[in-house]
Design a binder for this molecule. Structure first.
Ligand SMILES: *[C@@H]1O[C@H](CO)[C@@H](O)[C@H](O)[C@H]1NC(C)=O
Ligand SMILES: *[C@@H]1O[C@H](CO)[C@@H](O)[C@H](O)[C@H]1NC(C)=O
Ligand SMILES: *[C@@H]1O[C@H](CO)[C@@H](O)[C@H](O)[C@H]1NC(C)=O
Ligand SMILES: *[C@@H]1O[C@H](CO)[C@@H](O)[C@H](O)[C@H]1NC(C)=O
Ligand SMILES: *[C@@H]1O[C@H](CO)[C@@H](O)[C@H](O)[C@H]1NC(C)=O
Ligand SMILES: *[C@@H]1O[C@H](CO)[C@@H](O)[C@H](O)[C@H]1NC(C)=O
Ligand SMILES: *[C@@H]1O[C@H](CO)[C@@H](O)[C@H](O)[C@H]1NC(C)=O
Length: 344
């Protein structure tokens, strides 16, 4: 048989010596003829996870003369003879009652029908099992963290594999709450708002194992919005403090003006400290000339915003909740200046 591959030779041999079997195998869809109670029913599923071993069992009895296991139409084993060249396929039992093989390290391409073919008194029968290969869910491509400007459209991607096909869900975490936002591999957020910033969690789940979970951080830039700037009173010769807070992403940079003059840290007896979203203007030793109208300007690359705050002295009629009565405060500031001058 030189020159003829052994597999072909053996296949021919098998075909020639097993005419009943060949007839059966070459006609697809031949119904299972089962007269033997010990011989299995229609089609069973054998479910294994990728990487594990599958055992395919076939019940036989002592009247059986020929046995074989096939993968679709390819013979894997006949009796003790291995036909498959795949080292993962091994015979584990060839006894009077069972004829079983094992497929090690199962992969998804092994999924499909396997046939146990037996012959009893020249009477062929087959039993089929369907090998189902499961794969745990795995997210293999997810969007990186993104930073966008408010109002733009964001599409987040979460591509997952697994068998059965995993279900993908998106959750949004914002401040202390979270909620479901989508169940597609792609999550589109049109006209994004600052409240839609935060963490987006993608979860891919199937029944095989724990879901695979990954997170994407979405940062939404927006221009500064001054959230707090109050008129503040101070006494001559003491410390005076003006504060200005702004919400902004990225964090705002602050500048302080008195009328048109920009104040500088360390000059004119003032210190300017910026901490996260707040700027603090400190007068070390308040004098009369420090009283007046200050403007806090908060800016980032998306824009700026400003607010006016009054540093007022004792005797000023003030309303700390807004700067609308600031004019009154200024007038009374002058009252107090005039009053203090009149004392000399
Ligand atoms: C085998 O699995 C298929 C699909 O996974 C299912 O429809 C069928 O009912 C299963 N058969 C048995 C006998 O469990
Ligand atoms: C079964 O057949 C498929 C398709 O030909 C093949 O990819 C797979 O490796 C085979 N598996 C075994 C265990 O023979
Ligand atoms: C993920 O998918 C995107 C878009 O389809 C592609 O540009 C990117 O290269 C992919 N990344 C990986 C790691 O496959
Ligand atoms: C505050 O300034 C006044 C006038 O310039 C000065 O007399 C006083 O000593 C200063 N006080 C402090 C604590 O520096
Ligand atoms: C403060 O804002 C107004 C408009 O909101 C603008 O006209 C003005 O120039 C700003 N002032 C400063 C000092 O930036
Ligand atoms: C302070 O100003 C606010 C708003 O401008 C006003 O509603 C409130 O009555 C004022 N309070 C006083 C004590 O004037
Ligand atoms: C303070 O200055 C700002 C801008 O320079 C101005 O819009 C505002 O009316 C002033 N406030 C008072 C009370 O004068």
């Amino acid at each position: 048989m030189r020159g003829v591959p052994a597999q072909i030779y053996r296949t021919l041999l098998f075909w020639l010596t097993g005419p009943a079997l060949i007839a059966l195998l070459s006609v697809p869809g031949v119904p299972v003829r089962s007269g033997d109670a010990g011989f299995s029913k229609a089609m069973d599923n054998v479910t294994v996870r990728q990487g594990e071993s599958a055992i395919l069992r076939c019940a036989v009895d002592n009247r059986v003369t020929r046995v074989a296991w096939l993968n679709r139409s390819t013979i894997l084993y006949t009796s003790n003879d291995k036909w498959s060249i795949d080292p993962r396929v091994v015979l584990i039992a060839n006894t009077k009652t069972q004829y079983s093989i094992k497929i090690q390290n199962v992969d998804i391409f092994d999924e499909g029908p396997y046939t146990c073919s037996i012959q009893t008194d020249n009477h062929p029968k087959t039993s089929r099992v369907h090998l189902i290969v499961q794969v745990p869910p795995r997210i293999w491509n997810i969007s990186s963290d993104v930073t966008v400007n408010e109002g733009s459209t964001v599409i987040l991607r979460c591509l997952a594999s697994g068998r059965p096909e995993p279900a993908v869900t998106w959750k949004h975490y914002y401040e202390k709450s979270h909620g479901f936002v989508g169940d597609d591999e792609y999550l589109e957020i049109a006209g994004i708002t600052r409240e839609q910033s935060g963490l987006y969690e993608c979860s891919a789940a199937n029944e095989v194992s724990m879901p695979d979970v990954r997170r994407v951080r979405v940062t939404v830039n927006y221009p500064p919005y001054i959230s707090d700037a109050r008129n503040t009173g101070a006494t001559v010769g003491q410390k005076g403090i003006l504060r200005c807070s702004a919400l902004a992403v990225p964090l705002a940079e602050f500048q302080w003006y008195k009328d048109d003059t920009r104040l500088s840290n360390g000059l004119g007896g003032v210190r300017i400290e910026n901490k996260d979203h707040m700027s603090i203007l400190t007068f070390f030793n308040v004098s009369e000339k420090d009283y007046g109208n200050y403007t806090c300007v908060a800016s980032n690359k998306l824009g700026n915003s400003n607010a006016s705050v009054i540093l007022f002295g004792p005797g000023a009629v003030h309303n700390t909740s807004s700067s609308t009565s600031a004019a009154l405060a200024i007038i009374c500031l002058w009252c107090s200046i005039l009053y203090s001058l009149s004392k000399f």
